[in-house]
Design a binder for this molecule. Structure first.
Ligand code: GLY
Length: 352
């Protein structure tokens, strides 16, 4: 059976992982199993999950509303109250069954409840499988500022079963694909080429390779002092664009991956201007992004609002916006300061 060992927890894959889950639950003698879902994962994933949960422990389901808009402290309060009312104690375990909102928020809720109870991540979207559920980042948004409140805390286990993807809309699969492309650009050009050339790779192989890369990066730099910053590639500007669309009532929201894909094109452009990232590779990235995602038209009049949001990025230090840029594929430079005019130019480059 395929397993990846993270710093203090295993990542198990496919059907066989449920046996490992049952063993973990039995060995830890948990008092109650809380399962955190949203209305979508309760309807579509919980019925697939529950027959696989072999346990005689008490099970309580806690359902929150779906969507990034609910990834906040108010929802955490609600979940902490629910766990308390349902008799949660320090021997309780929280299983998060859902996308990045559920795994990030659930991990945070568990880590703070009674100074920390165990949690297990079961990601059900491609994005959470290849990114959020692995690496120990937990947290919630503060207004439109993404992941502003949170802490590093590791789950006891991550269980990745790609059959949950049958429940996910194609647009969400594309959203997760942006993170896989990011691993290709920053860490494994073979992976990038395989996606670009549309090689007949199975989704399970792409997921496994992505998690392998993420785990390797996190093991080398768990607290994001250096190498882990590559995982933010495309995210510095991408997050600002995502937040801008989230807070603009007259615009349709972008998915995380759609925003990050734009961010990757723009940050490759900045790299080409500041670090000699090769022009033909910039073209490859832009062509790939444009071939997968509907084109967004970033309006000139929105640039300054996007720049304002960029200034709140939590990776900033001393009031400076810090980008991770690329000398080449697989060759990064952290803490790059980019002039505002070049950030704007990069968005104009994406637009044409
Ligand atoms: N999502 C970026 C990281 O885990 O570091």
């Amino acid at each position: 059976m395929k397993t990846i060992q993270a710093v203090s927890y295993p990542i198990h894959f496919q059907e066989e992982s449920y046996q490992e889950l049952a063993t973990l639950i039995a060995e830890n003698n948990y008092s109650t199993i809380f399962i955190l879902v949203d209305e979508n994962t309760f309807e579509h994933c919980y019925p697939k999950f529950i027959p696989n949960l072999a346990t005689d422990k008490r099970i309580e389901v806690i359902e929150i509303e779906s969507g990034e808009i609910h990834k906040n402290l108010e929802t955490c309060m609600w979940v902490w109250n629910a766990i308390t009312e349902l008799g949660g104690d320090r021997k309780s375990v929280l299983i998060t069954l859902g996308g990045g909102v559920i795994t990030d928020l659930g991990g945070f809720v568990a880590s703070c409840f009674k100074r920390g109870i165990d949690f297990i991540n079961i990601p059900t979207t491609l994005l959470s499988m290849v990114d959020a559920s692995v690496g120990g980042k937990t947290g919630v948004d503060l207004g439109v500022l993404k992941n502003q409140i949170g802490l590093f805390a590791n789950p006891e286990m991550v269980l990745v079963d790609d059959r949950y993807l049958e429940t996910v809309a194609p647009r969400e699969i594309k959203s997760g694909t942006a993170e896989i492309i990011k691993y290709g650009i920053t860490y494994d050009v073979k992976l990038f080429n395989e996606i670009k050339n549309n090689s007949a790779l199975k989704i399970s192989d792409l997921i496994f390779r992505s998690i392998e890369i993420k785990n390797e990066v996190v093991l080398k730099d768990p607290r994001e002092k250096n190498l882990r910053k590559i995982l933010n590639f495309g995210h510095t500007l991408g997050h600002a664009i995502e937040s801008f669309y989230l807070e603009s009532e007259d615009k349709e929201n972008l998915t995380h991956g759609e925003a990050i894909a734009i961010g990757m094109v723009c940050e490759c452009y900045m790299s080409s201007k500041l670090l000699n990232f090769p022009a033909e590779k910039l073209k490859q990235v832009k062509d790939l992004v444009v071939s997968i995602y509907d084109k967004t038209n970033l309006l000139k009049e929105d640039f300054s609002a996007i720049l304002d949001l960029l200034k709140h990025d939590k990776k900033n230090t001393n009031g400076q916006v810090n980008f991770v840029l690329l000398n080449d594929f697989e060759d990064f430079k952290i803490d790059c300061n980019v002039p505002e005019a070049l950030i704007i130019e990069s968005m104009e480059f994406y637009n044409v």
